[in-house]
Design a protein around this ligand. Structure first.
Ligand code: BTN
Length: 260
């Protein structure tokens, strides 16, 4: 694709706060940080919602101890500290809800191309990864947990490293346009706040229609690579576990792993 000149608009906490209307959460933007998730994990006050964004991460963290490539000023690296007043088991489906929220936010921004979810929470475009989610939970008080929701989304990046070029996509690849990351952050934070609240007041079941709509693997033959299972993906259960139909017809319930 021919590249347009990139007129980069920097991330700006004031613009994001204003875009969020009444009672926005505290928002901090860093030029460079090791990891936005790590920053929130180590902060002192965990009683209120809090957002951290960075132009660049030097030690971006992915699931299962992996590294998240975080070049400067092109993408979105956002972490959201959300105090949930609920027990840990009710939070098992949170990362799925975050994946749904990402696609809903993109749709609200007018991006209508088909973006799919790959269990548990990768966002995919034509088989390439568009966003990844790392949810980390910490106990705060008796039976009460704080979630640190980390989202890495490839936005305006065009030049991928040799390792990533066949595996990753960006919003620019999809639309051919550069996107103002402040607008994306506003939409994403708003959608996340709405959906996190919905998860506390109801349950993962209230998101099942959305999951089915975005599930890119239902009915497909898949391999769970780190557990050596092959089978047909049959959606998720009430806790957000993956249901895998094995060759003998039995259903294997998986609570972790990566789809290949
Ligand atoms: C994955 O797909 O493995 C999850 C990637 C999550 C990356 C985001 S970028 C913002 C936040 N800070 C981090 O260090 N990681 C998450």
């Amino acid at each position: 694709m021919h590249k347009k000149p990139y007129n980069n608009i920097p991330l700006d906490s004031v613009i994001i706060e204003q875009g969020l209307g009444d009672c926005p959460p505290a928002i901090e933007v860093f030029q460079e940080i090791d990891s936005t998730n790590l920053y929130l994990k180590n902060c002192n006050n965990m009683s209120a919602q809090r957002i951290c964004l960075a132009e660049q991460q030097t030690a971006g963290r992915g699931r299962m101890g992996r590294y998240w490539y975080s070049p400067s000023a092109e993408n979105l690296y956002l972490s959201f500290l959300y105090p949930f007043n609920m027990e840990l088991p009710k939070l098992t489906g949170l990362s799925l809800v975050v994946g749904i929220s990402c696609i809903e936010a993109l749709e609200k921004l007018g991006i209508k191309e088909k973006i799919e979810l790959k269990w548990p929470n990768d966002g995919m475009y034509q088989g390439k990864k568009l966003f990844g989610i790392l949810v980390e939970t910490q106990a705060s008080a008796l039976d009460s947990y704080v979630a640190i929701i980390g989202i890495g989304m490839n936005v305006n990046m065009c030049d991928f490293t040799e390792e990533l070029v066949n595996k990753c996509a960006s919003l620019y690849n999809i639309t051919g346009e550069y996107l103002d990351r402040n607008l994306l952050a506003i939409e994403l934070i708003e959608t996340l706040r709405t959906n996190c609240k919905k998860l506390t007041t109801s349950s993962l079941a209230s998101f099942s229609a959305q999951w089915q709509k975005y599930d890119g693997y239902y009915g497909k033959t898949i391999t769970i690579n780190n557990q050596n299972y092959n089978g047909i993906a049959r959606g998720i259960d009430a806790q957000g576990n993956l249901l895998l139909e094995l060759a003998d017809g039995t259903i294997k319930i998986l609570n972790s792993g990566d789809i290949n």
